[in-house]
Design a protein around this ligand. Structure first.
Ligand code: FES
Length: 138
């Protein structure tokens, strides 16, 4: 199995690891099959994601994809963060082996889960905006 240098870099030196105290949105997503869990914390000001941190109890690809996902959404608007797909995360990492692509879905859904929590805290129904949060099934 071949991992890109970017994957190895984000795995051995993950960005934005940790928690945000007083986060505006916190999301958690797990994959029942592999048992990996990802937690995502967002700080949001005026519709802009000013900070993002994560904790991942999971495989190397899950760590690398959550690291890259936080880098991709920091400084972005909520609208742009909602457009973040797992494919975009994989592309930013110069690819992932096919059997590891599902790990990137965990990162995509962790972001959406945190944004969903953000709207819930504002008293806004997240479903029409964020859609359903899907636990990856692979
Ligand atoms: Fe579970 Fe990668 S094997 S997220």
């Amino acid at each position: 199995m071949m991992y890109s240098e970017k994957v190895l870099d984000h795995f051995s030196n993950p960005r934005n690891v940790g928690e945000i105290e007083n986060a505006d949105g916190v999301g958690e997503i797990g994959n029942a099959k592999c048992g990996d869990i990802m937690k995502m914390y967002l700080k949001i000001d005026d519709g802009i994601i000013t900070d993002a941190k994560f904790k991942t109890f999971g495989c190397g690809a899950a760590v690398a994809t959550s690291s890259m996902a936080t880098e991709l959404i920091k400084g972005k608007s909520i609208e742009d963060a909602l457009k973040l797909t797992n494919d975009a995360v994989v592309e930013a990492l110069d690819g992932l082996p096919a059997v590891k692509v599902h790990c990137s879905v965990l990162a995509e859904q962790a972001v959406r889960s945190a944004l969903s929590d953000y709207y819930t805290r504002q008293g806004i129904d997240p479903l029409p905006i964020v859609g359903e949060i899907k636990e990856p099934e692979e």
